[in-house]
Design a protein around this ligand. Structure first.
Ligand code: HMG
Length: 445
């Protein structure tokens, strides 16, 4: 089987940042620790007045193409995943390709372009589409650019406001990749749900608490489906497990459930049995409620054990670092989780080549997908944590009052309510409306 996967990754963050414990919590009359400890979030990213899904996606893709020296001729496919689209017909990928053509030497006339929609999981679906296209041999030697880009804003006053974010990830997918090979085996959990949706509206209708239960249920189904195909899921087989991260503590909840599930009937369960007993088995219970209570008690005890904590520190915690500093980037979120883990490993000098990642993607509405990725030799040359830190550290901090105006600016109306806070520098910007109501873009040197 041809090895296909991710050859390069670049990100672009919305250029503004809001400090959640310092700026947001006091106005909400909340304890700052609700954000830092309860959700695991410190800052959110927001787009400046001249930024949107196209500028952020084009800027991430431009960085990627420049750094890797990718010629437009080599790119046979440009797919964008977003749930913040402003055009119901023309895909964001055409706007992004048009913007890139303003500055690159070459055009993307030959490239197949599209836009994927299924809440946050569409980023992974676009990645899988690119992998499948290459594995099927329809790529004529070309690679694919996959861009995930969102302005993840909630209605003012919605509890989801705490988890907002804005940014993009661009990935180059090709044969014999330099970072990870993506396995062809997948597990899915997919059910028609109405916990988070945007029926012809800019901000989502959200049942936040239920959305968390739906996330856990679909992720469990995807894991079971993956196990039924591969027969694998032992937690020690995976160096890192990047999950979709709407906020870091969602992952904390998923991790303990996943660990319990995957240690069942293994030597790890036997070892732990001396301290906390064996896991309750549903077949041993007539009473569902009693089973749920005992399972919860087991998980509470499990999460306090050294074995679990060590696994969490090793396999999960390094994946949520970027998320804690930027909030939810929707379609980009699981791709930031993978990147976080790779940056951590690079900084710690961890030899990852030959190690496997288990990647858990999720989108409301609702679907989870699980697949494995094999880290390849030389991966560390592609991962630059300092470049990511620089992007995040130069974000312009905004006050709560400024945040309110930024939020109004990004409600897809044409009215201009906010002057930019920052000066664009070597990047694409939104430059006003054209005669057919199209958004227009320029590159500012
Ligand atoms: P909330 O009701 O404002 O928060 O909304 P809360 O009161 O539940 O507090 C949050 C946590 O902080 C709780 O922890 C509190 O106990 C804790 P938990 O009990 O859950 O473990 N807490 C504190 N901890 C320490 N010190 C304190 C303190 N105070 C409270 N002083 C909610 C939270 C997540 C519901 C809200 O932010 C929301 O609606 N978010 C949007 C929906 C969402 O993110 N759902 C996640 C799963 S669905 C998903 O991931 C898909 C998504 O990305 C969309 C897509 O796919 O496109 C969203």
């Amino acid at each position: 089987m041809t090895a296909v996967g991710i050859d390069g990754i670049e990100i672009w963050t919305g250029k503004l940042s809001l400090d959640l414990p310092e700026e947001f919590a006091p106005v909400m009359d909340d304890d700052p620790e609700k954000y830092t400890k309860g959700l695991g979030l410190f800052k959110s990213s927001f787009p400046d007045a001249y930024e949107d899904i196209v500028t952020m996606g084009a800027n991430a893709a431009h960085r990627l193409m420049e750094r890797k020296g990718i010629d437009p001729k080599e790119v046979g496919r440009i797919d964008v995943a977003t749930e913040s689209a402003f055009d119901k017909s023309k895909p964001a990928s055409t706007y992004i390709a048009g913007a890139l053509e303003q500055v690159l030497d070459g055009v993307f006339t030959h490239a197949n372009k599209g836009e994927r929609k299924f809440a946050c999981i569409s980023g992974t679906q676009a990645l899988n589409d690119a992998v499948n296209w290459i594995a099927a041999g329809r790529n004529r030697g070309r690679g694919a650019i996959v861009i995930t880009t969102d302005t993840a804003l909630y209605e003012r006053g919605d509890p989801g406001e705490a988890t907002q974010g804005a940014g993009a990830v661009a990935m180059y997918v090709n044969k014999d990749p330099s970072i990870v090979e993506i396995s062809m085996e997948q597990g899915f959990g997919s059910v028609d749900e109405t916990d988070f949706l945007k029926p012809n509206q800019q901000f989502p209708s959200v049942d936040g608490k239920r959305s968390m239960q739906v996330y856990l249920a679909r992720m469990r189904e995807a894991l079971e489906d993956f196990e039924s195909e591969t027969g694998r899921s032992h937690p020690d087989d995976y160096r890192f497990i990047p999950f979709h991260t709407p906020f870091p503590n969602m992952v904390r909840k998923a991790a303990v459930l996943g660990y319990r599930h995957t240690i069942r009937d293994t030597e790890l369960e036997d070892t732990l049995a001396e301290q906390i007993g064996r896991q309750p088995r549903s077949e041993e219970y007539d009473d569902r409620e009693a089973f749920s209570e005992d399972i919860q008690e087991y998980m509470d005890a499990l999460s306090e054990t050294d074995m679990y904590r060590e696994w969490y520190e090793r396999a999960i915690k390094p994946t949520v670092d970027i998320s804690s500093r930027v909030g939810n980037w929707y379609t980009s979120s699981v791709h930031l989780a993978r990147l976080s883990a790779l940056i951590h490993a690079n900084r710690k000098g961890i030899d990852l080549a030959g190690e496997t990642l288990l990647v858990g993607s999720y989108g409301s509405g609702a679907q989870a997908e699980i697949h494995e990725e094999l880290v390849v030799e030389g991966w560390e040359d592609e991962i630059d944590g300092d470049a990511v830190d620089t992007l995040l550290n130069v974000r312009h901090p905004i006050t709560f009052e400024e945040y309110e105006r930024v939020h109004d600016q990004h409600n897809h109306s044409k009215e201009k309510v906010q002057e930019p806070f920052t000066e664009p520098d070597g990047e694409f910007v939104f430059d006003g409306w054209g005669p057919m109501n199209e958004r227009q873009y320029t590159f500012i040197e």
